[in-house]
Write a protein that binds this ligand. Structure first.
Ligand SMILES: NC(=O)c1ccc[n+]([C@@H]2O[C@H](COP(=O)([O-])OP(=O)(O)OC[C@H]3O[C@@H](n4cnc5c(N)ncnc54)[C@H](OP(=O)(O)O)[C@@H]3O)[C@@H](O)[C@H]2O)c1
Length: 289
């Protein structure tokens, strides 16, 4: 049995789908305990360690997704502790590209997994292409998208590739003690991502420059803890300075094929940019590397 945490989320839902496709036994965990055909569903919360014991019982491997804001490091520690107590053998931990730098939020989140004594693999993806999805209502409404990045480029990655790498690490050998930095095939600034999206959607999309102070204010207004806001701003600043303008061959090395392009991701999600909904005022903590 493989436990997939964050099973309702961007990569977790895709990991569940791909594992089931391979005929694996899957337990899908989230706080909502959403039913997934073909998988066990379990409702558990990292903030409630007692709820984790039934989630890890009888499990051999865990896909570990915790989501900022704080106290997310405690969430990682709680799951790892429960996994060790239950005799889990392997953990594949979703982190972020910033985990490559000591002292960062994501590096601290990796630590319980790395110290677990279990077989572990850490995934450090760059910005997900899917971060564009919450902008769909603004695009539909003709509103300019806020650009916090000051022209900093990222190796934007298709989250389906992240999930595919996770499935390999969960089900095949050769990934123990590895930290994979997962990028797409090209470095793109936010403006370049928007240009690709415009081309694919055949619609005009405006952008407007936004400052880190705007971002800080909006995250605080949304009720994020001040320490989480500062962690997020640090990641966003690093990105704006070009600190995540990195491309690696890790997706190709694990999957044996090139990573997907942002244009291909956009083409596959054209429909999602037609809908309505709330407008997005600020980046979410989980969107920052
Ligand atoms: N977005 C990006 O560009 C990006 C890039 C690199 C790395 N990352 C990292 O990837 C991770 C996931 O971020 P994401 O935006 O993709 O989120 P996500 O996986 O789409 O959503 C978070 C998932 O975690 C579950 N969850 C949240 N709080 C929980 C709790 N207390 N206990 C149990 N389950 C909980 C949620 O389900 P319920 O609400 O149903 O519980 C949901 O399934 C984060 O660490 C983020 O920093 C993101």
């Amino acid at each position: 049995m493989i436990l997939v945490t964050g099973a309702t989320g961007t990569t977790g839902s895709e990991v569940v789908r791909r594992l089931l496709e391979r005929g694996e036994k899957v337990r899908a965990m989230s706080r909502r305990g959403v039913a997934v055909p073909g998988a066990d569903a379990v409702r558990a919360d990292f903030a409630d360690p007692a709820s984790l014991a039934p989630a890890v019982a009888g499990v051999s491997a865990v896909y570990l997704v915790t989501a900022p804001p704080e106290p997310v490091v405690d969430h990682d520690a709680a799951l790892v502790e429960a996994a060790r107590a239950a005799g889990v053998e392997r953990i594949v931990k979703l982190g972020a590209i910033s985990g490559g730098e000591p002292g960062t939020w994501h590096r601290r989140c990796e630590q319980p997994t790395r110290d677990s004594g279990l077989t572990w693999t850490v995934l450090r993806p760059a910005t997900f292409a899917s971060n564009m999805l919450p902008y769909a209502p603004m695009i539909a409404g003709g509103l300019p998208l806020p650009d916090w990045t000051s022209g900093g480029a990222v190796g934007i990655v298709d989250p389906r590739d992240v999930a595919a790498v996770a499935v390999e690490a969960l089900t095949t050998g050769g990934h123990a003690g590895r930290a994979y930095t997962l990028t797409g095939p090209e470095l793109l600034t936010f403006a370049q991502q928007v240009a690709v999206l415009q081309r694919v959607l055949g619609t005009g999309i405006g952008t407007r420059d936004a400052t880190m102070d705007d971002a800080r204010t909006m995250m605080l207004d949304r009720g994020m803890r001040p320490d989480s806001v500062e962690e997020s701003v640090a990641g966003m600043t690093r990105l704006a300075e070009g600190g995540y303008a990195v491309l690696t061959g890790d997706v190709s090395a694990v999957l044996g094929r090139a990573p997907g392009t942002f244009a291909a991701w956009a083409a596959d999600h054209r429909q999602a940019f037609g809908g309505a909904g709330g407008t997005r005022g600020a980046p979410s903590a989980a969107d920052t590397p």
